[in-house]
Write a protein that binds this ligand. Structure first.
Ligand code: PLP
Ligand code: NAG
Ligand code: NAG
Ligand code: NAG
Length: 464
């Protein structure tokens, strides 16, 4: 995403970080604190006291030392939740899923107390793997206890010395961890620009390995279905065309897109009409749309068989928790209509409708919203560091819980609030959220975009 920073915002953002830097150092110098940056502690690590549904109970805290240490008031605040990855609303009690999850505890336990390879494979794990492979449209799948570890332990299993990983420049930290652990060389291409990927690939193939110039043993391109800090969809069709042309492997991380987009929730392939056969390794997590924990890799039978023999996440890490497995099985059955109702289909339609409505209204309001239509993630640009706590606190005061993200998760200048929309939100919830965001945006000056009426007025005066 080519974000064009408003000139004034860039200037004041640099200036603010400059001030923070200077004062931070002065404070370090005089007070000798290890970590005395003016990090708005109260805006992060906020404890919650309920399920992360459309509304969420956030525990109130106070401080006697300028927010360095925080104490609980004993109360919580019932807030509209615009921050959780609860895209389909499965993160709360569900009439179909929850009883089945509870019942799974009669037979299994919270933990298998063993890795998958050493007695930690239950019939539930195998059932989920069969279901998931079928849902995604791949011959086989393997599930892991943690999404992060799915990437970080799979990549080293697949890539090694003499290999080349070409990742999108906005890579997730699990990919970075996995790529580093693999020993392969890493290159990046400009975020979501297939033409640049082609350039990087062509050059890499022409050059071969560093020094020896031998051909690469393997080349793997890594992209994400929805980029979670941008709300953007991967240009998968064009990327597949490039990887096919140059015979590179393609690894697609659908952490945020599986279950959230596509007519039947099958993710970015379904939405963009890409054949899953053209993506070699389909990765995803259960921590978003499915309201559970864990992750999966789906691919050929040979790939999955190989991973079972070499992936540390399978061999050494504790297996996915059985009730968490049951939660995904139940959510998946609901999404596929196997519960005998259209509730799953309605959830999918709802998250799309809610997301497109909210994004459109934020734009009309004059906020700078990133990302594509249909994406339930929509960052609202804040820029200035002072606006991060201001936006978060003012929304919280009005009973709206938002997540703000800043450096190092984003480039220094590009702080943002990351709004996540859910199928669980009602139209009234969304209206309420918009009212509060509009009020707070006026207060902290977030309406960077000229309003349509203003543009029209200028056009009339022929000044544009
Ligand atoms: C793109 C991407 N990949 C992987 C992960 C890690 O998943 P988990 O949180 O399930 O460990 C995330 C989580 O936010 C993600 O956004
Ligand atoms: C500490 O946090 C409170 C509540 O979020 C806020 O109102 C206050 O301004 C903060 N104080 C400082 C010094 O950051
Ligand atoms: C790696 O996996 C994590 C989830 O574990 C996900 O959030 C992230 O986007 C993945 N990154 C890539 C590039 O696949
Ligand atoms: C991730 O992206 C950064 C910045 O674009 C790049 O420097 C780094 O090499 C990338 N790492 C991996 C593993 O993709």
């Amino acid at each position: 995403m080519a974000v064009t920073i408003p000139y004034f915002a860039a200037l004041t953002t640099y200036f603010s970080y400059g001030l923070l830097f200077v004062f931070g150092h002065l404070r370090d110098f005089f007070r000798g604190f290890m970590k005395s940056e003016s990090a708005p502690e109260d805006c992060f690590n906020r404890p919650i006291a309920s399920a992360p549904n459309a509304w969420i109970d956030v525990i109130e805290r106070y401080s006697n030392d300028n927010n360095k240490t925080l104490h609980r008031t004993g109360n919580s605040r019932h807030c509209l939740n615009l921050g959780s990855y609860n895209y389909l609303g499965f993160a709360a009690q569900d009439e179909y899923c929850t009883p089945r999850v509870v019942k799974s505890l009669d037979k299994f336990a919270i933990s298998t107390c063993a890795s998958r390879a050493d007695g930690g494979t239950t019939s539930l794990h195998e059932e989920l793997e069969t279901l998931m492979a079928d849902f995604i449209g791949k011959p086989a799948a393997l599930v892991y206890g943690m999404g992060f570890a799915t990437n970080s332990t799979t990549l080293p299993a697949l890539m090694g010395k003499g290999g080349l990983i070409i990742s999108d420049s906005l890579n997730h930290s699990s990919i970075v961890a996995g790529a580093r652990g693999s020993g392969a060389k890493v290159s990046v291409f400009q975020h979501n620009i297939p033409e640049h990927l082609e350039e990087v690939l062509r050059q890499a193939i022409a050059d071969g390995q560093p020094r020896t110039h031998r051909p690469w043993k393997k080349i793997m391109v890594i992209v994400e279905g929805i980029y979670s800090m941008e709300g953007e969809l991967c240009r998968l069709r064009e990327i597949v065309a490039v990887t096919k042309k140059y015979k590179a492997y393609l690894y697609l991380d659908e952490a945020h897109s599986i279950g959230a987009i596509g007519k039947s929730g099958k993710g970015v392939c379904e939405l963009q009409g890409v054949d899953p056969a053209d993506v070699d390794i389909m990765m995803g997590t259960f921590t978003k749309s499915f309201g559970s924990c864990g992750g999966y890799i789906a691919g050929s039978k040979e790939l999955i068989q190989y991973l079972k023999h070499v992936s540390p996440g399978h061999l050494y890490a504790t297996a996915m928790s059985p009730p968490a497995v049951q939660q995904v099985i139940s959510a998946l059955r609901l999404i596929r209509g196997e519960d005998g109702t259209d509730r799953g289909a309605r959830k999918l339609a709802q998250v799309r409708e809610n997301s497109n409505f909210f994004r459109e209204e934020l734009r009309k309001m004059g906020c700078e919203v990133l990302g594509d239509a249909d994406s339930p993630v929509m960052p609202v640009m804040l820029y200035n560091p002072a606006k991060i706590p201001a936006f978060s606190r003012e929304c919280f005061k009005r009973n709206v819980a938002v997540v703000t993200v800043a450096f190092p998760a984003t480039p220094l200048l590009l702080s943002r609030a990351r709004i996540c929309i859910s199928a669980a939100h009602t139209r009234e919830d969304l209206q309420r959220g918009l009212e509060v965001i509009s009020e707070v945006s006026d207060m902290v000056k977030l309406k960077y975009m000229p309003l349509e009426e203003e543009v029209e007025a200028l056009l009339k005066e022929k000044r544009l």
